[in-house]
Design a protein around this ligand. Structure first.
Ligand code: A3P
Ligand code: MG
Ligand code: MG
Length: 366
């Protein structure tokens, strides 16, 4: 068993964060309305201001919901890398230390302040460590969702439907805008961006869902892409809610930071699911905003901040690279809720337990 301590997190990882390169998109893919994989941007959505005072429960009965209990491993991400390599005639993971979903990096970045545990599986292959979520753990810790939880989860997807269009705004989108509240909400469709980024000396390929784009893709692929992340949140009225919201914002910030999504759009709702207002935040301004709000509450500096999270992640990845370099088989990365350490140990001595696909392995063996 190898362990990485998270004790004294705030002091050990304090200080300026190392120079960070902006994440760059290397490719993207879509899932269509049936969750079939498409190597294109067909499911990319375009932001267009939603109408206020709309009931986010409208259409709850006809929600087309993706069954996320099925373990999708890294399959579509690996498929997209194979496609990219075929198109560009180069190895996409050359010099890349880690390949994973954005969700895994969000969990790592928000240790230990966000109080959840996690389990991941890791495989070292040809110089790169591939990390996926341990689906069994995810299922076992999820708990059963009650009616209100299910409805609140629907509100998030409904907000996405109310705030986006299938193509950039022009005169012909008027009908689509007016029909948005009657559209069937379907979360099987998704658009995913795959970026290359780094933490200190660790280079990573990270893939994650992107909700929409502010304008449209830049003509010049070297330019940043104005993606936006959409979120819903309860209107903040009490001190208790401020602290909760602050924690949520930290997760939102980490999520968007990882893919280089520059804007966060928050739809505030009341307890009955009525959309009351919309706020647009710049991702990079969020850590300072949280610090100011925390201090203004008389709570002193927050125990978690962007630099600490980045420094912690940099140190952890550096350590993990050494532990897993050249190792065979499948490894587990585990953090127990409010734990003092992240644990890494071997699960099986050979094989990849589905972390890598046969298609990917066959392509690499060619
Ligand atoms: P909100 O974040 O607005 O609540 P994402 O914001 O990551 O793109 O996710 C879109 C929506 O999926 C969320 O909207 C929420 O409704 C739902 N969702 C995401 N993660 C969830 C979880 N762990 N449990 C329940 N619903 C979730
Ligand atoms: Mg999303
Ligand atoms: Mg979202």
């Amino acid at each position: 068993m190898h362990t990485f301590s998270v004790l004294d997190y705030a002091t050990r990882f304090a200080g300026k964060s190392s120079a960070i390169k902006r994440p760059r998109e290397i490719t993207h893919f879509s899932y269509d309305d049936n969750h079939a994989l498409k190597h294109d941007d067909s499911s990319l959505r375009y932001y267009y201001t939603p109408e206020l005072n709309v009931d986010l429960s409208t259409g709850y009965g006809s929600f087309v919901k993706h069954d996320d209990s099925v373990d999708e491993h890294l399959d579509s991400l690996l498929d997209a890398l194979v496609e990219l390599e075929k198109k560009e005639g180069r190895c996409a993971t050359e010099g890349v230390h880690f390949v994973t979903w954005r969700g895994m990096m969000t969990k790592i970045m928000t240790v230990p302040y966000l109080e959840d545990g996690f389990e991941m599986n890791a495989v070292y292959h040809d110089g790169t460590i591939f990390i996926e979520e341990n689906n069994l753990y995810k299922q076992s810790t999820r708990g059963s969702q009650d009616e209100r939880g299910a409805r609140m989860s629907f509100w998030g997807y409904k907000f996405e439907t109310l705030s986006t269009l299938s193509k950039p705004w022009d005169e012909t989108t008027r009908e689509e805008i007016e029909g948005r509240n009657g559209e069937v909400v379907n979360n099987k469709a998704q658009y995913c961006s795959i970026v290359q980024t780094s933490f200190g000396d660790s280079s990573l390929i990270i893939a994650g869902e992107v909700d929409a784009i502010w304008d449209c893709r830049p003509m010049n692929p070297a330019n940043p892409i104005n993606y936006v992340e959409l979120k819903t949140s309860r209107q903040v009225t009490s001190t208790h809610q401020i602290v909760n919201f602050e924690k949520k914002l930290q997760r939102f910030w980490a999520q968007s930071y990882l893919l280089g999504v520059p804007k966060l759009i928050i739809g505030y709702r009341d307890d009955y699911g009525i959309l009351k207002s919309v706020d647009i935040k710049e991702t990079q301004a969020i850590p300072v905003e949280i610090r100011k709000a925390h201090v203004a509450q008389g709570l002193g500096p927050p125990p978690w901040n962007g630099n600490v999270a980045i420094n912690f992640t940099t140190a952890f990845l550096e350590w993990l690279k050494e532990v897993l370099a050249g190792q065979e088989g499948v490894w587990r990365i585990r953090y127990q809720q409010r734990g003092a350490r992240i644990e890494v140990f071997q699960l099986q001595e050979s094989g990849t337990a589905g972390v890598l696909t046969d298609r990917f392995l066959a392509w690499r063996a060619e």
